[in-house]
Design a protein around this ligand. Sequence first.
Ligand code: IFM
Length: 457
Amino acid sequence: MKCNAFSKDSLNFPDNFIWGTSTAGHQVEGGNEFSDWWAWEHEGLIEDGTVSGRAMDYWNRHEEDHALMAKLAYKGFRLGIEWARVEPQKDRFDCDVVEHYRRILQSLRKHGFKICLTLHHWVLPRWVAEQGDWLNPDTVDHFMRYAKFVINELGTFPDYWVTMNEPMVPAIMGNLLGKFPPQRRSIRAYRAVSRAYLRAHARTYHLIHKMHPLAPDGNPSRVGVAMAYPWIEPWNSPGPAGWYERFTASIARRVAFEGWDHTISTGKPHWIHGGPAIADIKNSYDYCGINYYTRVSLKYDQRRREQYWIDDTKAAPGIDVTQMGWQIYPEGLYRTIRSVWKLFGKPILITENGIADDTDRQRPRYIVEHLAQVHRAIREGIPILGYFHWSFIDNFEWREGFAKRFGLIAVQHDDPDLTRAPRRSAYLYSDIAQKNAVTRETVETYAPEAVATVFGD
Ligand code: IFM
């Protein structure tokens, strides 16, 4: 990789750096009616009262979306395959669905995008959920059958594979905190589900290499996980509360990512998940996928029993927060990249980074300041292959519904035409992708308030 230089007026990125955007099937396709999330949404559990429904109708409008991405000169696209669509009932694999996905992938290829394909992004077929989801000892085998089918049918397309998106998020939110389906609050369930994810990942990793040893460019296939890396810190209150915060932060890091990373990097199960050794898990990454959004400061709060007496929503005075209430902390991306690189020594792909901001007032600054941190890591010699902004388009943000808007492209979910309206940030990102650089001129135009932080003036 040629690492281009830093000049006073331009952060130049390496040749072939992938400027992509990211999505997930359930959040944009629409009509994922045989899934556990669909059923859960219809119980009225989504905060803004919406359901995923037709979402952004990407299923039918993908060609229009791809043309828009091409017009904006984006170079890569991350999308997901929905298991609930491919196998809506046990043992019934839907060939029409696979053909439809094939057309989507062919269209991406036609436009020349690098394709990053996710096999599992939280959502299960309802029949799997009804059989006890990942707690059922057969689910990993069922997942492998689905994965084998998809790899066999569509395996020639991906430049990058993501076996799982942020596996620890549903393990925590769905099994420890009871906030996602299946709404368990059980340490035991968290551990068992985490082990199942680890087994499924390791087996999928090797299956892809066996069935498709080469990527479309003739190099060995590149398989990884898009791992959520919040930057977790204790609030540091005085006295015993501070001790509890530090203790909780160290456990929270293990629960959220260190346990998983330890198991992959050493091949030995981390105590946080327990269980027997997992065959061939060691080093089952060809690259490390980083999803980074925010810093989380853990503050003791005796009223928050359901959260193990911790409030994770507070930001210190002067720290900007997003529409989600998440702290904006660009340096956390650099620090995460460094620690992931130190642990794994593998090339890095930023598989997600972005901000919920319906007004698009914060997003330009967010983008350039985070890219400055990516560039900082590249200057230090860390091989970073690309950056996929979350998200290409507004979408269904899980528990928060459609109210939280992460898209470079705005869409009102209740607009009958679902009109695609590029935000200013879409053009900013286009400018960066075309120049393969973040230039002073670009920052002055789109985010003048960030010139000093980006260029270190
Ligand atoms: O929308 C999600 C995505 O599905 C996984 N990563 C974080 C995003 C923003 O919350």
